[in-house]
Design a protein around this ligand. Structure first.
Ligand SMILES: [Zn+2]
Length: 580
């Protein structure tokens, strides 16, 4: 994966003044993330003095971001305009839509959050983990409610996705009606029995939609997305046919998948053990909020009880379908799990598609499980996953139903947005009415038409590393990239202040560069070079005022060059001067 938006922070510009022009009659749509990557979904809508924020998601780092846990959008513009924020609407409970809430809300004055019941429960749980619960009001809405926030009048419509309670938004403003549909698919036979509200979509189309913003994740996939229900038979078959235990791994938010496992387990006379903190939490939330139904009492049992049952009567539901190192499945695969040890006869099911970037770790986990004797079933072997995002034919139907004047593909990497734009052209949206934006750009909509404004708001990534938010910038990241590629090389020089000479041999410490014990000759030469640099730089004379910074930079450059010539590697050189 490419390093995303290198130097974005350098490009950061604040043009707040420009944004206020003709704001009286213009709706501004400003995506802060989610349109150059999968993740970090967050969009600002602005009309007059009112700002509405939709979603607040995390992004996930790629392999060029060593040590980074998450990425969140840059919210400088919102921080400067926090008094005008009327509310935050959350479309559904996935982390790439709610994950940044604890990081961002305190910075923008904890505005009220509006969302559906289950998403609200997930948000509360997340805020609780950050000890932030109670700071902003969380309003749970019904899908038929109408919400008015300043100049925005918001109606909701149900969509299907891989988590229940996902909604789209139809927002009336004086500049027109726009429809916001992220993370959706059409499922005519959803497991939770709550299909997409096509009637509402058609109604909006009849009212006249100025702008449709729609999910591009699967815009490159032809056909229709499969119903979640089609998986039911596959899961039934696996659970019936397996002679031993079944270990079933999926996203902890794939509530419908969990429901199907519970249903199949009941039919095949198995009990279910749930392990992994996020899965246990989410199942608990969904059971108490009525989004999961136990087919029979006592179906969910503890590991100790499972041990007393024959293997053919147990299913383990575990986290780790992305091969995450700390999650249950990877621990089981490394034989490090507290209670689950793989044995011959076990069947392991990975019911999720890999998020780009995770393929290799998933593959390693699968291999280890197979080595331990498990039968491993995953997407390539069996249709054991359906996507939560619409395919091409569904995307076209969405456009045809809502009949927008303007169209903006969202939620995806740039090539997915381009594919979605092609589909829109195919169903009759003129090219000049299709807008593919970059983060921070703004589309201005008014009675007289639409255009992309010249001004941009500040964008760029804010990195979350452990407890630090935003304290790791591009420079730190570049250091990590260098160190992870070629290691580091520390040169410690003890220099006599009076004579300007080294008092002895320089010390060398290196990590991740070369094996020191086998490289005595090279090290000897390096030490010789260091001596040369220090002593010629001082001209062999006693310096009036020793310029240590200069010596350090010379050592860095010349030793760096010397090592490159000998090894073709560029470790990070850290010169240290000790004056005596
Ligand atoms: Zn989602």
């Amino acid at each position: 994966m490419m390093f995303r938006r290198t130097g974005a922070q350098v490009r950061e510009r604040t043009q707040t003044q420009n944004l206020r022009t003709d704001s009286k009659t213009t709706l501004k749509v400003i995506p802060l993330g989610g349109i150059e990557e999968v993740g970090e979904n967050m969009t600002i809508f602005e009309y007059g003095d009112d700002i509405l924020v939709v979603d607040m998601g995390l992004g996930f780092p790629d392999e060029t971001m060593p040590g980074i846990d998450y990425i969140i959008p840059n919210t400088k513009y919102l921080e400067e305009n926090k008094k005008r924020i009327r509310g935050v609407i959350i479309t559904h409970g996935h982390l790439d839509h709610i994950g940044a809430i604890p990081y961002i809300m305190p910075k923008i004055g904890d505005p009220p959050i509006y969302t559906m019941k289950l998403s609200g429960e997930f948000i509360k749980k997340r805020l609780e983990e950050f000890h932030l619960l109670g700071r902003s009001q969380i309003h749970e809405l019904n899908k038929d409610d109408v919400l008015t926030l300043g100049n925005f009048r918001i109606r909701f419509f149900r969509l299907n996705h891989s988590i229940p309670d996902g909604v789209g938004l139809a927002i009336n403003t004086p500049a027109g009606l726009f429809v916001y549909a992220t993370d959706w698919k059409f499922d005519h036979t959803p497991v939770d029995g709550r299909p997409t509200e096509f009637d509402k979509l058609a109604k909006f189309g009849g009212e006249g939609v100025a702008l449709l913003m729609s999910d591009s994740t699967n815009a490159e996939k032809p056909g229709y997305s499969l119903s979640e229900k089609t998986l039911g038979e596959t899961i039934d078959r696996i659970l019936f046919e397996a002679k031993g235990r079944v270990i079933f791994s999926t996203f902890s938010t794939s509530v419908s998948r969990v429901q199907q496992v519970l249903n199949s387990a009941h039919k095949s006379n198995r009990k279910v053990v749930i392990t992994g903190r996020s899965l246990v939490n989410n199942v608990e939330i969904c059971l108490s909020a009525g989004y999961l139904n136990l087919p029979a009492k006592g179906m969910i049992i503890k590991t100790e009880q499972a041990r007393k049952l024959p293997d053919s009567q147990v299913v383990y539901l575990v986290t780790g379908s992305q091969g995450e190192e700390a999650a249950q499945l990877a621990r089981i695969a490394r034989s490090e799990h507290k209670t689950i040890e793989i044995k011959k006869g076990d069947t392991v099911v990975v019911s999720a598609s890999p998020i780009p970037g995770n393929e290799r770790s998933i593959s390693a986990v699968l291999s280890n499980l197979a080595r331990l004797g498990a039968k491993v079933l995953y997407q390539k072997i069996l249709d054991i996953h359906t996507s939560g995002h619409a395919y091409q034919e569904d995307l076209k139907l969405m456009i045809s139903l809502t009949k927008p004047k303007y169209f903006m593909p969202i939620h995806g990497e740039h090539h997915m947005l381009v594919a979605h734009a092609d589909l829109a052209r195919n169903v009759g949206i003129p090219d000049e009415n299709i807008y593919i934006l970059e983060s921070g750009q703004m589309l201005e909509l008014s009675a007289s038409g639409a255009k992309v404004a010249e001004a941009k708001i500040p964008t760029g990534y804010v990195f979350v590393d452990g407890l630090g938010v935003g304290d790791v910038g591009e420079v730190v990241l570049r250091d990590r990239q260098v160190m992870s590629k070629d290691g580091m090389f520390v040169v410690i020089m003890t220099i006599d202040r009076k004579s300007g000479k080294l008092t002895g041999q320089p010390d060398i410490i290196s990590r991740g560069f070369i094996y020191m014990k086998g490289s005595e000759d090279l090290l000897k030469e390096v030490k010789h070079e260091v001596r040369k640099v220090v002593e010629t730089k001082n001209g062999g004379r006693v310096p009036k005022e020793p310029n240590w910074a200069y010596i350090r930079s010379e050592v860095r450059d010349q030793i760096g060059e010397f090592l490159y010539q000998r090894t073709e590697r560029r470790p990070m050189i850290l010169p240290v001067v000790i004056e005596v």
